[in-house]
Design a protein around this ligand. Structure first.
Ligand SMILES: CC(C)(COP(=O)(O)OP(=O)(O)OC[C@H]1O[C@@H](n2cnc3c(N)ncnc32)[C@H](O)[C@@H]1OP(=O)(O)O)[C@@H](O)C(=O)NCCC(=O)NCCS
Length: 209
């Protein structure tokens, strides 16, 4: 297993990997590969934290990071960071690769001075890498009531004391909404990949019997 920075010649392979990893997991189809495709040209993108993982002579994992902001209660913006998509190829899931990739990238992020991270995700995976509920750090989620404990909204201080006793609200950077904002461009991009079956499945967000 090897972890290295993503190179331009990897882009298509990594976007296809992201599509394979997320397909029908959170919703019918997925848009995370398009988010990644568009993010590389975004000033929030952090090329020094754009990692691929190789095994068996191919890329089986990827993670990217982004600059972000938290709006404090007094209205000022506090520099913050986020990450994702993070992908492990379906054939290699639940073998410890995702955690190894994430822990490697978190170490590099800390060395670069990334003070904290917040993101949406499954606590059952991310707790292994030191994440907890953001609500417990008094970080509120933009799309939920101020006082609610949001089970899918997670955070971690990488540099002790960086967040301290502050309180604020987080909204993911604009780059994560690109597929919703440009649906036609997304469809044109999606059409460049081999067809895959779109399914509504139990476990997806908002799935109801
Ligand atoms: C999420 C993902 C990156 C995790 O990588 P992985 O290599 O499969 O996970 P690991 O084997 O390193 O998991 C370590 C531990 O985290 C937990 N875990 C991992 N994935 C989990 C999941 N989907 N649900 C609940 N717990 C999970 C487990 O406790 C696991 O240990 P175990 O296998 O002994 O039970 C990968 O499964 C993936 O690409 N999923 C699809 C895309 C996605 O959901 N990305 C994250 C979006 S927030």
């Amino acid at each position: 297993m090897n972890i290295r920075l993503e190179q331009p010649q990897d882009y298509r392979e990594v976007e296809n990997l992201t599509r394979e990893a997320f397909w029908n997991v959170y919703r019918p189809r997925c848009t995370e590969h398009y988010v990644l495709n568009q993010y590389r040209g975004n000033p929030d993108f952090i090329p020094e934290l754009d990692y691929v993982m190789e095994e068996d002579d191919k890329i089986i994992g990827h993670v990217m990071f982004s600059k972000a902001k938290i709006t404090l209660v007094d209205g000022t913006e506090y520099p913050s960071w986020t990450f994702g998509p993070i992908s492990i190829h379906p054939d290699y899931k639940r073998k410890g690769y995702g955690l190894q990739l994430l822990q490697y990238a978190l170490g590099k992020a800390r060395e670069m001075g990334v003070g904290m991270l917040s993101m949406e995700g499954n606590i059952d995976f991310y707790r292994h890498a030191g994440f907890g509920l953001a609500s417990k750090m008094k970080i509120h989620y933009h799309a939920e009531p101020w006082e609610s404990e949001v089970p899918y909204f997670l955070a971690q201080e990488l540099i002790p004391g960086y967040w301290g006793n502050r309180e604020g609200s987080y909204c993911p950077p604009k780059g994560y909404f690109v597929a919703d904002e440009h649906p036609k461009a997304f469809e044109a991009y999606e059409a460049t990949f081999p067809p895959k079956v779109k399914l509504r499945l139990p476990g997806q967000l908002g799935y109801e019997e």
